[in-house]
Design a protein around this ligand. Sequence first.
Ligand SMILES: [Zn+2]
Length: 176
Amino acid sequence: MAKPGKIRPILTVPDPRLKTVSEPVATVTDDTRALMDDMLATMYAAPGIGLAAIQIGVPQRVIVMDLAGEGEDPQPKYFVNPEILDPADETLPYQEGCLSVPDIYDDVERPQSCRVTYLDYDGKRVTEDCEGLYAVCIQHEMDHLEGIVFLDHLSRLKRERAIKKVMKAEKLKASA
Ligand SMILES: [Zn+2]
């Protein structure tokens, strides 16, 4: 059973730690669960729909997500060592955002469906089909585990402009 977690600071671009390739988790332990509790609390507080451990500076292959709609009960999901299987040949654009790239949104083209296999909160193996927002979100979060942010899928010009904007906003926040 999940416990209330602590809210941790979220890294923003161009923090070099976001380029880290995260390491697999050897076994899902109470420490892993405490990390996932903190990640979920941090994601809800932001608020966001997905978060990878590296976004709070922990280079482990762990993701949390909640795709519940407005007014629905929370549906937290926990992914340890996730792997994408069978990405569709057909791609779809979706306007993505990221807690590490606040207030920037742009279209990213990704396979429209895939499968994902992972260990859950209790360390049990789960394999699921993903489509729609689930497919977008899991592929976006998987990128984080490889040190990739969604800006890396955009043109260099758009990427540099976005990073400048984020740096400026973070500087203002720090001096406020
Ligand atoms: Zn992200």
